[in-house]
Ligand binder design. Structure first.
Ligand SMILES: Cc1cc2nc3c(=O)[nH]c(=O)nc-3n(C[C@H](O)[C@H](O)[C@H](O)COP(=O)(O)OP(=O)(O)OC[C@H]3O[C@@H](n4cnc5c(N)ncnc54)[C@H](O)[C@@H]3O)c2cc1C
Length: 527
């Protein structure tokens, strides 16, 4: 073997996986066909549980530039319908305005810091596999060469070469009836409402900022990001006369102006932004919703957009893909280290496919809710009535955040299989956030019992699992997902493998803890 693991693609998801593998003690080799990091503008931010997950690796403060932990968003939008989240207890929807280029830069810096080799200008061109490894054909700046690895992960985007070479189908739908136009553009200051930061467009009326704004003719977005030029965007379902004839020509700002006029029924002056670019001016026709037939073919696995593509409405892409990476990293590392229990790697697909299916469901639902037509308007009225109900809003917020996931771990405690919320603990050296304890990505047994008698139960796994006796301040334990807890076994992705609410766990509880340790972290070393 030349290396244990090859990752094809240094997009955000491939880089995140590289970081996770390194934290777990495996140095992957990343192949990236582009010689430089792309200047392309894609994601404008992160939405959902991934914001909290990045906090669990110390990456939130690097991305936000602030030491404070993430905070939930007071409001958001589903299918261009406002979600009032401020009133929700334990609001699950977190967001972080940071462009994808910056996310990739931060992840690349972190991967390099952790010792990952990234070969830019090296494209995966072929692969074959046998029972023990994968041969990868690579085209590099000095010509073609061959590598041998134990596993290869295709994080090479929606058009994944890996997926095709591994013979994995990508069924789904391709739509060609929409056109989206987006530009960095400046609008006259007189049209900006200083109170909201949104627009007041003469002949149309108010347009809130950062919101999908639907009309009977299409959808409009005005997003005045701080320290970046504002983004102006439209989506239309074009018919003859809507500019649909000219899709072969490069887009101009005038084309966007005309589209805004059709969607809002009013003129909005747009000027190119000052300052250094690159500034976005983009037209996207149609879109794909597809899910890979399998996430794994033998020793080849798919990650991120290579495994699933869908509408970008609500920004779910990186919430899904980066959490795929966090799910896969420790499991793949366990295989390389040789302690993975049978079937562990298969839980990557059994856990993450349903998460991808939920994203596909909710993005298709949002696309349906913003389409033109009187029936859609009626559906929206009904939906808006339902969203006046706080439980319905919470449910939609959890769906968008990916916070409603419960992996089937077989446990009985209400937290088992759920993602562990942040907690402030006292582990003997003053208050510490759970998010700090998880930065090294090691499995954790948090023993919150009064006599700290459980921590010793993990001694057979001490090379893999950190057992930490700790106290939780009363107030914090009461709000921990509103379920009492005296011990938690956390996987590196912060999902609860086992939990107890017994003040003095008895022999049966200890047996269940041992079973969970074996289920996720293999046989103990002292057996
Ligand atoms: C217009 C738009 C707006 C979006 N907005 C958001 C948003 O606001 N929030 C959000 O979360 N998501 C958003 N997304 C989705 C997000 O951009 C993607 O989910 C994300 O880029 C997927 O990351 P990835 O690492 O899986 O793939 P990619 O980012 O596509 O990276 C794949 C990498 O693999 C490389 N590669 C390809 N083939 C090979 C090969 N054969 N060998 C080696 N390297 C190869 C490519 O050069 C590339 O660097 C948006 C997407 C679009 C298109």
């Amino acid at each position: 073997m030349n290396v244990d693991i090859i990752i094809a693609g240094a997009g955000p998801n491939g880089l995140m996986l590289a970081c996770e593998l390194s934290l777990a003690g495996v140095r992957p080799l990343v192949l990236e066909r582009l010689p430089e990091r792309t200047e392309e503008n894609r994601a404008n931010g992160l939405v959902g549980q991934v914001v909290r997950m990045l906090d669990r690796r110390g990456l939130h403060r690097r991305l936000s530039g602030q030491p404070e932990p993430p905070r939930p968003a007071p409001s958001f939008v589903f299918g261009a319908l406002p979600l009032d989240l401020g009133a929700l207890e334990d609001n699950p929807l977190y967001g972080l305005h940071v462009p994808q280029r910056r996310i990739e830069q931060v992840l690349e810096e972190r991967a390099v810091e952790l010792g990952v080799e990234i070969r830019r200008g090296h494209e995966l061109t072929g692969l074959t596999q046998d029972d023990v490894g994968v041969h990868a054909d690579v085209s590099g700046p000095d010509g073609p060469y061959r590598l041998r690895a134990r596993y290869l992960v295709g994080a090479d985007g929606g058009r994944s070469r890996t997926r095709k070479l591994a013979g994995i189908d990508f069924p789904g739908v391709t739509r060609d009836d929409t056109v989206s136009r987006t530009a960095h553009a400046v609008v006259p200051a007189a049209l900006v409402d200083p109170a909201t930061g949104g627009l007041d467009v003469p002949g149309h009326g108010p347009v809130p900022p950062f919101r999908h704004h639907r009309t009977e003719r299409g959808m409009f977005v005005y997003a005045p990001f701080p320290s970046r030029p504002p983004l102006v965007s439209t989506t239309e379902w074009p018919t003859a006369g809507d500019g649909a004839e000219a899709f072969d020509a490069p887009i101009t700002l005038d084309e966007l102006r005309l589209s805004v006029r059709r969607v809002l029924g009013a003129d909005l002056p747009l000027a190119p932004p000052d300052g250094p670019g690159p500034h976005m001016l983009r037209r996207l026709v149609g879109g794909n919703t597809r899910l890979a037939d399998r996430f794994r073919a033998g020793r080849v696995l798919l990650l991120g957009d290579a495994a699933h593509v869908h509408s970008a409405m609500g920004g779910p892409g990186l919430n899904l893909g980066l959490q795929d990476a966090v799910n896969l990293g420790w499991k793949l590392a366990a295989e390389v280290h040789g302690w993975a229990p049978p079937g562990l790697l298969d839980t990557y697909e059994s856990e993450r496919r349903p998460a991808a299916e939920r994203v596909i469901m909710q993005t298709q639902a949002q696309s349906a809710l913003v389409a033109p037509g009187a029936e859609v308007t009626a559906l929206r009225e009904l939906f808006a009535e339902l969203l006046a109900d706080r439980d319905a809003t919470r449910r939609v917020a959890e769906l968008m955040a990916g916070a409603d996931i419960r992996y089937d771990n077989g446990g009985t405690h209400p937290l088992t299989g759920r993602w562990a919320s942040d907690l402030t603990l006292d582990a003997g050296r003053g208050p510490v956030r759970l998010a700090t304890l998880t930065e090294n990505a090691r499995p954790l047994l948090l023993d919150l019992t009064r006599d700290a008698s459980l921590a010793g139960e993990a001694s057979g796994w001490q090379d893999r699992v950190d057992a930490i006796p700790a106290r939780v301040p009363e107030a914090a334990s009461a709000v921990h997902d509103r379920a009492p807890v005296t011990a938690l076994l956390l996987r590196p992705d912060c999902y609860v493998a086992w939990a107890s609410d017994a003040p003095n766990p008895d022999a049966d509880e200890r047996k269940a803890l041992h079973a969970a340790l074996e289920q996720w972290f293999g046989a103990p070393t002292n057996r």
